[in-house]
Design a protein around this ligand. Structure first.
Ligand SMILES: Cc1cc2nc3c(=O)[nH]c(=O)nc-3n(C[C@H](O)[C@H](O)[C@H](O)COP(=O)(O)OP(=O)(O)OC[C@H]3O[C@@H](n4cnc5c(N)ncnc54)[C@H](O)[C@@H]3O)c2cc1C
Length: 408
């Protein structure tokens, strides 16, 4: 187990510099175009696949970095380039992690390669949990999965919403209710293989930010998937449901919520994305403040501007430290006794919103135009306080963890 250090080792520095180069040379120059087009940037994903950034290997290498800093470092650099394009590149990873976390070795080996495709024919994947009436309140999910024993098939019906890559994915991972009596304990995840009849894209959302990332509804009408598409397999599901029923029948002594532990471990990655966007806007603002002259001197010579930059940088560094701490805790198996994962996501996402707004202010009129990137970064930053649990939900989780109250 790695000792904690804030110093990146030589390998990590090399990866960081390589990612930064890709973000600076390929992602950032394309950011404005794909934001305006509001389309998935397939050529950039392909470029990322060619150099090895868009692949399971790359993701796994960062994920298994024993210091825990691989993923946050990668996310910060890619999202520094541009949040919409970066989400198009890492969105498949969300679905892949769903399979890695719950799937059997055979499922991992079969489906993850199909999620990415290859450099000549790139594919994407989608993770579909949210529904029109089940956003923060995941337990009120309605999409049903019913087992057809005679055919060893699962039949999925329902409507998913807000799915990143929904409808354009080669492989969809769908969370559905298998036992409505058990609330969120009665959910299971399914692979929907490519071209399965009954799965269609509903509306594609026109968004405020991260517009290069495709977000859409996914409609499931009598979607039949083979039994082996249940992640983890039927035996494991039956055992898990039996345990949950027993607990419910006996008045239910509370067990630690496994989903919550997973969220604590995954939220720092979103925090790192937010740090990347915040840092990008801060750097633009710092350069601008040093070169823009008013009243005969650079505007940074005014404390009113310089102090804002000092606060921006301080917040960004504090956010990164919270993210790194939580990522290190996840990798080294430390218990999240104070919901440190949620803390990092809360603070980093609020930082991105605040810092990008300050950057607009420092650029004055230019900051308000699409000639400069900070207005896009501010629009993009708004997503971080919403997805993977809103800021209010992070506060709720932190408060309940601190007070020992149950988290549903
Ligand atoms: C661009 C984008 C991409 C996304 N990608 C995916 C994806 O790939 N897969 C997926 O499954 N989902 C995805 N989501 C969904 C996202 O996770 C949800 O939008 C989020 O969980 C919030 O749910 P909601 O939008 O229904 O808001 P609601 O839950 O309706 O919340 C509305 C407001 O009420 C507040 N609120 C709700 N409950 C409480 C409470 N108990 N206490 C205090 N305040 C509360 C919220 O904080 C929020 O401010 C994505 C969303 C967006 C916008």
């Amino acid at each position: 187990m790695a000792e904690f250090t804030l110093e990146l080792n030589d390998d990590q520095k090399q990866v960081r510099d390589w990612l930064h180069g890709f973000a600076a040379d390929v992602i950032r120059p394309a950011a404005s175009e794909w934001d305006e087009r509001e389309e998935t940037p397939w050529p950039i994903i392909q470029e990322a696949a060619k150099v090895g950034i868009y692949s399971l290997d790359f993701y796994a290498q960062q994920f298994f970095d024993p210091t825990g800093l691989g993923i946050p470092m990668a996310m910060e650099e890619l999202f520094w380039g541009d949040a919409g394009i970066a989400l198009s590149i890492v969105g498949t990873g969300l679905a892949a992690v769903g399979v890695l976390a719950n799937g059997t070795e055979e499922q991992i080996g079969t489906w993850i390669p199909q999620m990415y495709g290859d450099a000549d024919d790139v594919k994407v994947a989608a993770f579909c949990s949210s529904e029109p009436d089940a956003g923060s309140d995941v337990a009120s999910m309605r999409t049903r999965a019913v087992y057809d024993q005679a055919k060893d098939e699962w039949v999925l019906n329902g409507t998913k919403t807000w799915a990143t890559n929904g409808g354009i994915a080669n492989v969809h991972v769908v969370v559905a209710v298998v036992d409505p009596e058990l609330g969120s304990k009665g959910h299971a995840s399914f692979i929907v293989p490519p071209d399965t009849p009954g799965l269609s894209q509903g509306q594609k959302f026109k968004k405020h930010g991260i517009r290069a990332s495709h977000t859409a509804e996914v409609v499931l009408e009598d979607v039949r998937v083979p039994g082996h598409c249940l992640l983890g397999g039927k035996e494991k599901l039956d055992q898990r449901l039996a345990r949950a029923r027993e607990r419910a029948a006996s008045g239910g002594e509370r067990v630690k919520n496994a989903a919550m532990a997973t969220f604590e471990a995954s939220r720092p990655a979103v925090g790192a994305m937010a740090v990347g966007t915040a840092r990008a806007a801060y750097e633009v603002a710092l350069d601008y403040a040093k070169t823009r002259t008013q009243f005969g001197r650079p505007i940074i010579d005014n404390q009113g501007v310089a102090f804002q930059l000092a606060d921006m940088r301080t917040r960004i560094d504090a956010a990164r430290l919270l993210v790194w701490r939580a990522s290190w805790m996840a990798t080294t198996g430390k218990p999240f006794e104070s919901a440190e994962g949620s803390m990092s996501k809360l603070y980093a996402s609020e930082t991105a919103k605040k810092v990008t707004a300050q950057a607009i202010q420092i650029l004055g009129g230019n900051g308000f135009t699409r000639e400069y990137p900070v207005e896009r970064m501010h629009r993009d930053a708004a997503i971080y306080t919403i997805f993977e649990g809103t800021s209010e939900i992070q506060r709720l989780v932190i408060a309940r963890t601190l007070s020992g109250m149950p988290i549903r």
